[in-house]
Design a protein around this ligand. Sequence first.
Ligand code: GYE
Length: 303
Amino acid sequence: ELVTVTSGAHAKTYDTLVVGFAQIGAESEWRSANTRSIQDTARSLGVELKFSDAQQEQENQIKAIRSFIAQRVDVIGISPVVESGWDAVFAEAKAAGIPLILLDRHANVPDDLFSAFIGSDFVQEGERACKEVARLLNDQGRIVVLEGTDGSAPTIDRRAGFQQCLKQHNGLQVIAQQSGEFIRARGKEVMKGFLREHGPQINALFAQNDDMALGAIEAIEEYGLKPGVDIKIVSVDAVRAAFEAMIAGKLNVTIECNPLLGPQFFETALKLANGAPVEKWVKSEEDIFRQDTAAQELPTRQY
Ligand code: GYE
């Protein structure tokens, strides 16, 4: 639901608002859905959007922010590829008087260097994934983990939530974990390595996103085991392809992480441009999806 702030003679409206957004890249289905949500929402509201794709490089995101500052946009949005290293450039935006919104991924900076964070509770996603693995394995077994981009908020927090919960499940053991960079092809490659090393000793896979799980499914089939049966699989995001894999019995569970953040982003941006108060953390509401409801849910999925 979109709210327009119209009080005051110089109030900004969507059609006079100029927003710069520093996107990470296009590593996953999730990211593509997120980009579409931002671009489509801008178009439908009439907001002028300056969109930059950093191709996974922090340096490119920093350059994009500097260029948005130079162009004097009203509000800057960024999904920081990694958590650290943002203090200097965020301080430049602040000094220029331009509000900054963290979308999807948070950054490790003092609270006064950003105006709002819009996104998910990644720690909770990790905990949920661990509980699902525990249930699938009856609390007993060996787990491999495909992690996302090193140093990124979802990797760090999903790992923390998963490990925290594992402390309550003594029969579960992580025997290998490695980054697959949130990319399907990398997930396949790293899973091949896990299988080469541990073979049928692996009872479950926790993939920190669906794309890597889908790549791993191919690796498991090529190895001659049944994904979802011989090796239970839990991943995060809940993209359409994950529902298709669940219907095929190859993926067991996906933990939802909502990429459709465009509407909340521009609503928050407009409020900030008008000096109105905003919530510091606009939290996403999310679900857990399992095989039993996958066929029924698939037609309702928007990404
Ligand atoms: O889970 C993954 C994407 O930051 C929550 O980034 C996002 C993650 C998402 O590439 O698929």
